[in-house]
Design a protein around this ligand. Structure first.
Ligand code: GDP
Length: 426
């Protein structure tokens, strides 16, 4: 996707997350100078497989696995510092040198232990299927203008006073929510005192770094977490995440203007999955749902939760194309469909007896839609060794053509396995 005109590229999930963005970013990062995470927190786990080694990256951009790439955690991320250091230590143990290659926006907000307590308490009443890692409450504090940012740790006295106030407030909320848990101020103070010396040397004006990189026409990848249907504005509200996962969020969360972005690659699975609660119109019945889950290894990278599985939903991807301004698609996990005799593709919905080609705003309506399916012939030949389109069985090529037509955006990549080399560039 990088060329003379395209040097700043966003990679977004165009379904409900877990589309294989980690692998795509890993593949594209080979040609990148910078990889920037722009939203989300430690809930999203990207899985990257290199040879026999599997890396699960929650907060550190997957570009870190390429020694030439500088990785940035943007201001739009809510950072869980302890988890970040665990991730860094585990990379170091496995011989990955991150020195001078990882920076964190000093404007990023921190996820603190009290956020996790609040998350657990509100999940009990709201039952949204969150990962309980404090991400939602950290964004609530950010937008409530009472967050604690990385830069605040430069003045520990002020940070201590802020923490005293936040912990008191969190405890009032926990009491109101009927939780028996309480946040402990001393624990919070000790935590930030311990973390600040390691965090602050990594803290910088990350937006300025991205801006300069873009101006110098260096190759910049902006890496999203989750997917379009989990975007707080565009997703299946309230079963969404707390940030803007879509490409507009990339500009805001990386700290640059939208005109700096040259292209947006939407990553989609060749089928559909969703983790957590909320409607999934093309969810496959038994035994296909189980088969997709087993063959696709559809279990959460961080939580191990089984994902709900179903057929490709073109209404979802058309919508994601629109709200992200996608300029290309990367279709992943085509190999998982090897051996299915027939593959249904959801082309549109019917709602209350009428055709419905766009995503309804209300989650109740989405729960009621009936997908209209095109049933395409499957293929028996394995696709894992294909390295160009011509290597694929004709039925697999026809399947991709159909996805492209229904989505209205050209397919630029096809992934046919977990490994780095199992990719077709179209
Ligand atoms: P992400 O958050 O979008 O990066 O997605 P995850 O990492 O949670 O899930 C993607 C999973 O699918 C990982 O285990 C990947 O190794 C795996 N994966 C990615 N692309 C392919 C592919 O083309 N085929 C198969 N079989 N697995 C893939």
């Amino acid at each position: 996707m990088f060329d003379a005109q395209t040097t700043c590229l966003v990679v977004v999930g165009a379904q409900w997350g877990d589309e294989g963005k980690g692998k795509l970013v890993d593949v594209l990062a080979e040609r990148a100078d910078f990889v920037v995470r722009y939203q989300g927190g430690a809930n999203a786990g990207h899985t990257v497989v290199i040879g026999d080694a599997q890396f699960i990256l929650r907060q550190i951009p997957s570009g870190i696995l390429h020694p030439r790439v500088t990785c940035l955690i943007g201001n739009g991320v809510v950072l869980e510092p302890e988890n970040l250091f665990k991730e860094l230590d585990s990379l170091h143990e496995r011989g990955i040198d991150t020195e001078g290659r990882l920076y964190i926006s000093d404007r990023a907000h921190l996820v603190l232990p009290y956020h996790k307590l609040l998350d657990a308490a509100s999940e009990k009443s709201q039952n949204l299927g969150t990962t309980g890692r404090g991400i939602g409450p950290a964004y609530e504090d950010k937008y409530g203008r009472r967050g604690v940012r990385v830069a605040d740790l430069r003045r520990l006295e002020c940070a201590r006073a802020a923490l005293a106030d936040r912990v008191r407030r969190a405890n009032q909320l926990l009491e109101m929510m009927g939780s028996g848990e309480r946040a402990n101020l001393d624990e919070h103070l000790r935590l930030v005192e311990r973390l600040a010396p390691r965090l602050l040397p990594l803290a910088t004006d990350a937006g300025l770094m991205v801006y300069r990189a873009v101006r110098e026409r260096r190759r910049v990848l902006l890496e999203g977490a989750q997917g379009a249907l989990l975007d707080v504005d565009h997703g299946t509200y309230p079963y969404v995440t707390s940030s803007n996962t879509t490409a507009g969020g990339a500009a805001v969360g990386a700290g640059i203007g939208p005109t700096a972005i040259d292209g947006v690659l939407g990553v989609v699975k060749a089928y559909t999955t969703r983790v957590g609660n909320g409607p999934l119109p093309t969810e496959a019945g038994s035994p296909y749902g189980e088969r997709l889950r087993e063959l696709g290894g559809e279990f959460g990278a961080v939580t191990g939760r089984p994902r709900r599985c179903g057929w490709f939903d073109a209404t979802v991807v058309r919508y994601a194309t629109r709200v992200n301004g996608l300029t290309g698609l990367a279709v992943t996990k085509l190999d998982v469909l090897d051996g299915f005799a027939e593959i249904p593709v959801g082309t549109m919905y019917r709602l209350d007896g009428h055709s419905c080609e766009e995503m309804p705003a209300e989650v109740e309506a989405l729960a009621r839609v009936e997908p209209v399916y095109d049933v395409l012939p499957g293929w028996t030949q394995p696709t894992g060794n294909a390295r160009k389109l011509a290597d694929l069985p004709a039925a697999a090529r026809a399947y991709l053509d159909r996805l492209e037509k229904l989505s209205g955006v050209p397919v630029r990549y096809v992934s046919v396995g977990t490994r780095r080399d199992q990719i077709i560039e179209v």
